[in-house]
Design a protein around this ligand. Structure first.
Ligand SMILES: C[S@@+](CC[C@H](N)C(=O)[O-])C[C@H]1O[C@@H](n2cnc3c(N)ncnc32)[C@H](O)[C@@H]1O
Length: 272
């Protein structure tokens, strides 16, 4: 029998187990904040995260599956981070994932946050800035889209939903592990905007410039507004250009993540 990279203890069968309770608590923002950890579900995402060098601290998996070939790199990553393997019953996997049909494993990874300093260092890149994004599904989809266009990362401006929530991580389809996440206040973003050497292009419904005729060259921050109220007045004033995507039907706006996709792919297409 092949040697596993980490000792596997006896299966956990009780919902009162402290590790199970702790992993389940990571669905709540206050416990993610306290621990600095977050949950990601599924072998593909956990394998990719480990390959990208993310620290895996706990791995809850269906007892008996530790010798599956797909588990080997994940268990190796767990061992490298000094983490713990937690074989559990299917009922406990459901409890931890809060889903009826969970995948065979969930990992608890350490969150990674960056500050605006990392943005100034990478001036050749495209960044996506989100003003007070509230919906975790939107944020996850924006992370997935930013990853797809090769953007450097996401700047969360003001009071935003947590990019490490289970819903946002799920919607990102693993992109959360491949885009830098920067968080700042509106005041910090205003100060950053004053020294940013490239363009800040805002997307807004009252804008005069059609998104197809904007100039996307050079270092670029694509700034997207809040789902209900759009961009704040100070952020609108900070933009070098405001663009709009025509609305030809009865709806007055696009979904935030859809608008981000249209704007980013247009920028990708038009950048020299
Ligand atoms: C759901 S919309 C916000 C609608 C909000 N009622 C408003 O007045 O801005 C969320 C964000 O997506 C972007 N967006 C949506 N539709 C757009 C469009 N047609 N043109 C430009 N940006 C758009 C903007 O950044 C907007 O702030």
């Amino acid at each position: 029998m092949t040697q596993l990279p980490i000792p596997i203890p006896d299966p956990i069968t009780s919902a009162a187990n402290a590790e199970v309770k702790f992993l389940r608590s990571l669905h709540e923002r206050k416990y993610r904040k306290k621990s600095g950890w977050f949950l990601a579900e599924g072998t593909r995402i956990c394998r990719e995260a480990v390959a990208l060098g993310w620290d895996l601290h706990r791995l809850a998996f269906l007892a008996g599956r530790e010798s599956d070939a797909v588990m080997a790199p994940i268990l190796a990553g767990l061992a490298a981070s000094g983490g713990r393997a937690l074989p559990v019953t299917e009922a406990l996997l459901q409890r931890i994932s809060r889903k009826d049909n969970p995948q065979i494993l969930l990992g608890a990874f350490a969150q990674r946050w960056h500050d605006l300093q990392s943005v100034t260092l990478q001036t050749d890149k495209v960044w996506v800035a989100l003003d007070r994004v509230r919906d975790p599904g939107n944020l996850g989809t924006v992370m997935r889209t930013a990853d797809a266009v090769g953007a450097a990362g996401i700047i969360l401006v003001g009071d935003c939903t947590d990019p490490f929530s289970v819903e946002a991580v799920r919607a990102s389809m693993g992109a959360v592990f491949n885009v830098q996440i920067v968080a700042c206040s509106e005041a910090e973003f205003m100060a950053f905007g004053a020294i940013w050497p490239g363009r800040i292009i805002g997307t807004a419904l009252p804008a005069a410039v059609d998104y197809r005729s904007a100039d996307y060259d050079g270092p670029l921050v694509m700034l997207m507004g809040n789902e209900q109220s759009g961009l704040s007045k100070p952020l609108i004033d900070l933009c070098h250009q405001l663009i709009k995507i025509p609305m030809l039907g009865r709806s007055d706006s696009l979904n935030l993540a859809v608008a981000t996709g249209v704007a980013l792919y247009t920028a990708l297409d038009k950048r020299r």
